[in-house]
Design a protein around this ligand. Structure first.
Ligand code: ATP
Ligand code: MG
Length: 156
């Protein structure tokens, strides 16, 4: 399938909004037309998990920013939150199956699989995924995904 990333992200954000409470989900999507060849159901599953992570591991009232843009023949998607963050030593480990960051406060329920599935999906498409913490706000986490654009994508 060929998905248009901007409209797909907009639809996915609408689906998680009811779970976001009063966290503000902001979109920074360009008006470009970015096409990526992916399985739509899998793409949604992965993106919904990333947004659910941003919601689950942050306090109410904080901001979540979803950005998508073109970098040459790549589509870059980032999801930034202002939440608990991930310790530097765990930034790679969170992508391994079943790993969950130990916290002093009780963590919300989860299986520790979402990011491992995300990495498997992205790498199978020849893309990359990584985590950065703190984010530009000085706290929280940024997850960045790069996926190769489909050849049909109109030139910038
Ligand atoms: P599930 O499989 O249900 O998604 P999970 O959320 O624990 O469970 P992952 O999505 O793989 O599993 O995330 C792994 C761990 O990484 C989480 O348990 C959490 O400790 C940490 N983590 C992931 N995203 C964030 C985030 N946005 N902010 C802070 N910590 C995060
Ligand atoms: Mg998760």
């Amino acid at each position: 399938q060929t998905l248009e990333i901007m409209e797909t992200l907009t639809a996915i954000i609408q689906r998680v909004r009811p779970r976001a409470g009063n966290r503000h989900i902001e979109r920074h999507l360009g008006d470009g037309h970015l096409l990526v060849s992916v399985d739509a159901a899998m793409f949604e599953l992965v993106l919904i998990n990333l947004l659910d992570n941003a919601i689950l591991y942050s306090e109410v009232g904080t901001r979540i920013t979803v950005e998508a843009c073109r970098n040459e023949n790549w589509c870059t998607i980032s999801i930034a939150d202002e939440g608990w963050g991930i310790p530097e030593a765990d930034l790679e480990r969170v992508f391994t199956r079943f790993y969950r960051v130990p916290r002093s406060e009780p963590s919300p329920r989860g299986s520790g699989l979402g990011l491992a599935i995300a990495r498997g999906f992205v790498e199978a498409l020849g893309g990359r995924i990584g985590a950065q913490s703190p984010g530009p706000s000085g706290r929280g986490t940024v997850i960045t995904i790069s996926l190769p654009l489909a050849e049909e994508t109109p030139p910038p």
